[in-house]
Design a protein around this ligand. Structure first.
Ligand SMILES: CCC(=O)SCCNC(=O)CCNC(=O)[C@H](O)C(C)(C)COP(=O)(O)OP(=O)(O)OC[C@H]1O[C@@H](n2cnc3c(N)ncnc32)[C@H](O)[C@@H]1OP(=O)(O)O
Length: 528
């Protein structure tokens, strides 16, 4: 169906127009996308246009567009009479805070941002440039998926993009913002990229929409419930950031870029830092006297890192582990911390996969890792076992074992069982391991341990309860401390909490030239 702004290219070249006029007219036509009416509709939904989004993202005046006059080649279903310059995606490069960044933004006003053969070619061209020139690529997605009128050509276009996403993975950072209803292929490309940002109430991600769900499974579900930002940031973990609105989304994209390098051979940007009083006395009172009492690991993080620098990733998903980017002494780091305030900080399936993915990102892109450990172990139970806690827990173990970036651990309290090994222990390649005096490094908590190893003695005692208490105390004195591990050198130093920031700044500085390589291989086989 031709639109009111539709202009055939040859119609523009009338003799009354100068060559400059023709160019200006084509530029104006391209910039109008699917026409003013559809732009107004986009605005009415609380959404910006592709070009407005790019303008907010890149430094003013820095954007250079590529392929502005590209048109689709389809002749079926009346599309030979409906062309839009640019074919539904704006592609190009610019700078974000002075650093080269490639950007594509799908234009929902043109066929709902649906991906055609030529639309895909434009994105692929940009991906090739980003990979060759070693700079991040950001996709601003707003697309109904494969352009239905093009059949297999659009499917092929998606496959070309997925292939490039995968080849570029670990070489250049790839960020995806989902800023509208994204279906089918439009969700798989973001899923392969490093981080997904969604906008609350205006963006959706699903493989099949509510209508198909209703037909196939007879479930009645709204688009928001099925694939909205809140669903994917809390239930599925598909999205890493749920943003209040589009502006907040674009600001978050920019913030994330500020912690990471341009490519895997580059270093993260270092901010100027003037050292001062690095002691943090507030930390000395943060661990409750009762070891079963929770505290908020975010408070520890906030005290340790440069003021206000913590950017939490996956904030509302698997909250029993906290991950995110921060700076310490101006240096960019990735933080992984057990969260005693949620499920006592236990490791379960979601926490393990969340942290594993984050550790692997940091390792790909030379971001040193700080691990704050207070973990009572892995979550027991049929739900966890039957859903594969073994395989999923192994992901985190694998990710840490494989990581060659500088790695520092601080055990604040519990480091029990296999979780002690997993959480960046010395044995799996951590560089510096600290413990606070409150650390308890043991196979398990004292009461569980006493019940098992002194079972007979307790049962035969005149007063079993008193005997249990005695044995709990004995076990606590022997193991519920950091000194056995420090005696062996598994802990490099036992430090007071208030000294921790200073120690970390020095440790990461000491480790900045770390060289570590993995054995020659094609790639590892992480348990999936
Ligand atoms: C790799 C395999 C795949 O990708 S298979 C996936 C194929 N895609 C889909 O099944 C999704 C189809 N589209 C939809 O469900 C809806 O259009 C969604 C995306 C939810 C948006 O709904 P709503 O906001 O109401 O907009 P709308 O339906 O009025 O669409 C706006 C204009 O865009 C068009 N459009 C949409 N999707 C496509 C598509 N895949 N191919 C071609 N055109 C598409 C609509 O026809 C509509 O066009 P117009 O503005 O009325 O001219």
């Amino acid at each position: 169906m031709p639109t009111e702004n539709h202009l055939e290219t040859n119609q523009l070249a009338t003799p009354t127009l100068t060559k400059a006029d023709v160019l200006n007219q084509k530029n104006a036509e391209a910039e109008l996308g699917g026409g003013q009416k559809r732009i107004d509709n986009q605005h009415k939904k609380g959404k910006l246009t592709a070009r407005e989004r790019i303008a907010l993202l890149v430094d003013e005046g820095s954007f250079e567009e590529i392929g502005k006059f590209v048109m689709h080649r389809t002749r079926d279903f009346g599309l030979d009479k409906e062309h839009y310059l640019g074919d539904g995606v704006v592609t190009g490069y610019g700078t974000v805070n002075g650093r080269l960044t490639y950007v594509f933004a799908q234009d929902f006003t043109v066929f709902g941002g649906a991906l055609s053969e030529t639309h895909a070619e434009k994105i692929c061209k940009l991906m090739d440039l980003a990979l060759q020139n070693g700079a991040p690529i950001i996709g601003l997605n707003d697309s109904g998926g494969a352009r239905i009128q093009e059949g297999v050509l659009s499917l092929a276009g998606y496959a070309d993009i997925f292939y490039r996403n995968t080849r570029a993975s670990g070489v250049i950072p790839q960020l995806s913002a989902v800023m509208g209803p994204c279906a089918g292929g439009a969700v798989y490309s973001p899923a392969i990229t490093d981080f997904i940002f969604m906008v609350e109430n205006t963006s959706y991600m699903f493989v099949t929409g509510p209508n198909v769900v209703k037909t196939v499974t007879h479930e009645t579900v709204t688009a928001e419930e099925l694939g909205g930002a809140s669903t994917h940031s809390t239930k599925s973990g598909v999205t890493h950031f749920a943003c209040e609105n589009e502006l907040a989304c674009i600001q978050s994209l920019k913030q994330l870029l500020s912690y990471i390098p341009q490519n895997c051979e580059d270093e993260p940007p270092m901010l100027a830092y003037e050292s001062g009083d690095e002691s943090r006395p507030g930390l000395n009172a943060i661990i409750p006297a009762n070891p079963n009492q929770p505290y908020d690991m975010r408070e520890v993080i906030d005290e340790l890192v440069d003021a206000g620098s913590f950017m939490e990733v996956h904030k509302n998903f698997a909250e029993n582990i906290v991950v995110g980017f921060a700076r310490i002494g101006g240096r960019s780091i990735g933080v992984v911390g057990n969260q005693p305030a949620v499920l006592a900080g236990v490791l379960d399936i979601n926490a393990s996969t969340k942290a594993a993915r984050f550790v692997r990102f940091c390792d790909c892109f030379n971001v040193p890792l700080l691990v704050l450990e207070d973990v009572p172990g892995f979550l027991p139970g049929t739900d966890q076992e039957w859903n594969g806690i073994i395989t999923n827990g192994a992901k985190l173990l694998f990710a840490f074992c494989e990581a060659t970036v500088p790695r520092v651990t601080v055990i604040t309290r519990k480091a029990y069982g296999g979780a002690y090994d997993v959480m960046n222990s010395k044995h799996i390649g951590a560089d510096m391991n600290y413990a606070w005096p409150s650390a308890e490094i043991a196979v398990m908590g004292a009461s569980g341990a006493a019940e098992i190893i002194f079972k007979r003695e307790i049962a035969e005692a005149e007063d079993p309860q008193a005997k249990l208490q005695e044995k709990v105390l004995e076990y606590t004195e022997k193991f519920a401390n950091p000194y056995r591990a420090a005696n062996r050198g598994y802990i490099d130093e036992v430090i007071m909490p208030d000294q921790t920031r200073q120690k970390l700044i020095r440790a990461f500085t000491m480790l900045e030239n770390k060289v570590a390589t993995l054995p020659k291989k094609k790639h590892g086989n992480i348990p999936l």
